[in-house]
Design a protein around this ligand. Structure first.
Ligand code: SF4
Length: 257
């Protein structure tokens, strides 16, 4: 695989994205959007978790050529679900296809699923679940839902006939087998697997701390090239599993595909 062929970030999933908030109450310690907001002084490490609606004045809700990922730099949460319903409905009414990416809050997903049923064919859900352990999820994503709630949300969308996919990016531990076993029966499409990018730098910036906590060191060790290749070897022939760019870069260094 040639490094030049690898697509990066959200462009791997959709040519467009749409955001309607600044800040995110999930407050993930590895968050790229938080790191950028702090760097460019739009938010602080403390204020990132305060969600503020952005002005939608002049923003087009028209039909785009290709799928729209929504959101890509915040999440859909109980604090913004009314606005999320409005924005998503407007995009769907224009004939767009949406990739809804979220660490699912069950009440929000029930509302999206029930109220958008007529647009079901135009929506794909991508639920971010990097571990089957709530303890692990809470270490990295303190404001987001735990594993049982994410699984219930997945089951709910699946049960109502929506297309469901998973983002295990970033993978938060070495237990992909356990996660795969629990979520795969309710996934109609792909399970995307990816590493965490720059965990030590990002956690330090996002927590304004010079200390790298032990769980960050443990994850860095768990995501060494050797262990990533072992995961890939195990799932490489599984048609449900897709590899994000962070893993393709490891493979490009070591493996002839
Ligand atoms: S859910 Fe996404 S946008 Fe929100 S804090 Fe976590 S990584 Fe950042």
């Amino acid at each position: 695989m040639d490094k030049e062929d690898i697509l990066f970030g959200t462009k791997e999933w959709a040519p467009h994205n749409f955001n309607f908030m600044k800040g995110c109450s999930n407050d993930c310690t590895y968050c790229y959007a938080k790191e950028m907001a702090i760097r460019f002084k739009r938010k602080t490490a403390d204020s990132w978790k305060n969600e503020e609606a952005v002005s939608l004045e002049g923003k087009s809700f028209g039909k785009r050529n290709g799928r729209i990922m929504i959101p890509s730099s915040h999440d859909i949460t109980p604090g913004n679900i009314d606005l999320a319903m409005d924005v998503i409905s407007r995009l769907l009414k224009s004939g767009n296809e949406l990739l809804v990416v979220t660490k699912p809050n069950l009440a929000c997903i029930e509302r999206l699923v029930d109220e958008l049923l007529q647009y079901r064919a135009k929506i794909q859900f991508r639920f971010t679940i990097g571990s089957s352990s709530t303890t692990t999820l809470k270490l990295w994503e303190p404001g987001a839902s735990g594993f049982p709630e994410r699984l219930d949300a997945l089951k709910y969308a699946y049960g109502k006939g929506y297309e469901t996919t998973i983002s295990a990016e970033p993978l938060l531990d070495e237990k992909l087998d356990d996660l795969y076993e629990k979520v795969s029966p309710f996934v109609t499409g792909s399970i995307w697997v990816g590493k965490m990018n720059f965990p030590d730098r990002r956690v330090k910036m996002n927590a304004t701390s010079g200390i790298v906590p032990n769980h960050v060191k443990a994850l860095i060790a768990a995501q060494c090239d050797e262990k990533i290749i072992a995961i890939w070897e195990k799932y490489k022939n599984n048609p449900k599993v897709e590899w994000k760019e962070s893993i393709k870069k490891v493979l490009a260094k070591h493996v002839e595909i």
